[in-house]
Design a protein around this ligand. Structure first.
Ligand code: ATP
Ligand code: MG
Length: 477
């Protein structure tokens, strides 16, 4: 493919050249001959009229002698490079610059008829059979005492015109050749601006197609080519990143599945071979049960994430009261809070606060955030859930006074499987997927979620939601 584009361009270029030469060879002689003919005819006609009005009319008024006029016409004929004749309307040649004066041998032009030219002041023919080839002929009537006495007839050879037209053709060919050579610059531009970058891009695509996603290349131009190359490079780097993420993800999943499975297997084997005495079975079976619970949670979280990814933006948006949802979520955690002696304080804006979002998914977000807040809080502390309304947005904040997240860890908390070292001891069941699911949900709503946290002081997660349209709210109410 690489070579053919260049070849095609060259072929197109050659076709263009051949056509141009062909066309110029055809058109230039045609146009040049036509123009030259007209110009020559015009010049000769002016000359003929001049002769008819001056020297020739003298012949018929007997003012000048035949010899004197002949001399003048001979000079003129050399000057204008044509044959000048004075012919009577009957066809008798009175004078000719071609032949010497001979009164005895009168030359007659048979069928002489100057009116045959019609409206045109010149004719191209063999001049009543006088010449073997075509000549250009102009006629100018000689009038004396209000009568046409004769004609000044000038014959000019066509070879002269053909010669001049050939000269024009050569000039046209030379110009075309220069233009053609100059247009080779286009070829240089094509090579530099299109072909070379395209070759690089093609090579890069081949590399990517063969799986080398880390191949890097550069096209230094600000035009579409540069943009295409940059876009391609970006695409490849994104794919490479996605591949790396995928590998990491699989590694994490396998690890997270393997550790509970290993411990389950270990305890069960120990129970079977008697290492763990029967009276201790209950304790270790509870641990095994917890591990299976963790595996179930892990599987469910993975399924949720997968669904979010594949369904993308398929949200079931409705207008609902976020305050009511928050109250519900808080109520589900009542038991856990009692055990940990925690209190949940709700600071809600208005009695009802309608937002436009996917209610089930937002419920899950609130559940995940509250679950974290409780998990990472100390005993006897407070959790605040707050709603505020600002510029068509509702901000929901879940704040705790727990262990906090170290500054350097904050940017990773939304990553899949991320669990800070501090949290590992506190929460063995956590999968590290809760916040990545939360982020995925908020982003699919085209909204934002942020974390503000100080280690040892507490953590606050704030996310935004779209305020429901007032008119629509009324309908629902
Ligand atoms: P799961 O949500 O599946 O139970 P998890 O809670 O460990 O697991 P995430 O909810 O994704 O996973 O949280 C990731 C990590 O971020 C947690 O392990 C913890 O280290 C940190 N983190 C999240 N919320 C808080 C919080 N409120 N206070 C302190 N650390 C937090
Ligand atoms: Mg969590």
């Amino acid at each position: 493919m690489k070579k053919t584009l260049y070849l095609k361009f060259i072929i197109a270029y050659i076709i263009f050249g051949v056509f141009a030469f062909f066309l110029i060879g055809l058109l230039v002689p045609m146009i040049a001959q036509d123009t030259l003919k007209k110009e020559r005819a015009e010049d000769l006609y002016t000359e003929a009229v001049l002769i008819a009005d001056t020297y020739a009319s003298g012949l018929y008024t007997n003012d000048t002698s035949l010899g004197a006029v002949k001399n003048q016409l001979d000079v003129l004929s050399v000057f204008i490079n044509a044959t000048i004749r004075v012919i009577n309307p009957s066809g008798r040649v009175v004078l000719s610059s071609d032949t010497p004066l001979d009164v005895d041998n009168v030359e007659i032009i048979e069928n002489f008829d100057p009116t045959a030219a019609g409206t045109s002041y010149y004719m191209i023919d063999d001049f009543y059979g006088y010449y073997n080839t075509d000549v250009l002929t102009v006629y100018a009537p000689i009038t004396a005492t209000y009568k046409v006495r004769g004609y000044v007839v000038i014959n000019s050879s066509m070879a002269q015109i053909a010669q001049a037209s050939e000269k024009y053709l050569s000039i046209a060919y030379i110009t075309l050749l220069i233009a053609f050579l100059l247009s080779l610059i286009v070829l240089i531009f094509f090579t530099e601006l299109v072909y070379s970058p395209l070759k690089k891009i093609t090579y890069a695509t081949e590399q990517y197609a063969s799986g080398n996603m880390h191949y890097e290349f550069q096209v230094e131009s600000n035009d579409e080519m540069g943009y295409l190359a940059a876009a391609l490079g970006y695409m490849a780097s994104e794919i490479a990143r996605a591949e790396d993420d995928q590998k990491k993800f699989v590694a994490n999943v396998s690890h997270d599945f393997r550790s509970p499975l290993t411990s389950i297997r270990g305890y069960l084997e120990a129970m079977i071979d008697g290492t763990i005495p029967p009276e201790m079975h209950e304790k270790y079976l509870t641990i095994v049960l917890n591990e299976t619970e963790r595996l179930t949670k892990l599987t469910n979280s993975l399924l949720t994430l997968n669904n979010l990814n594949t369904k993308g933006l398929m949200l079931n948006r409705t207008n609902f009261d976020i305050n009511a949802v928050i109250r519900n979520v808080a109520a589900t955690f009542e038991g856990t809070c009692k055990n940990k002696k925690l209190a949940i304080e709700l600071i809600l804006t208005g009695e009802e606060l309608y937002v436009n979002a996917d209610m089930e998914k937002i419920q899950q977000v609130l559940y995940n955030l509250t679950d974290n807040a409780i998990k990472f809080s100390h005993h006897d502390s407070l959790i605040k859930i707050e709603t505020t309304e600002k510029k068509n947005k509702v901000f929901v904040s879940v704040k705790d006074y727990g262990i906090g997240i170290p500054k350097e860890d904050q940017k990773y908390v939304f990553d899949r499987f991320y669990k800070s070292d501090a949290s590992r001891g506190k929460d063995k069941k956590g999968t590290g997927l809760g916040l990545s699911i939360t982020k995925e949900i908020i982003h699919s709503h085209e909204e934002h979620i942020d974390v503000i946290s100080t280690e040892g002081v507490g953590t606050e997660f704030v996310f935004s939601l779209a305020l429901a349209d007032e008119k629509e709210q009324k309908v629902i109410e």
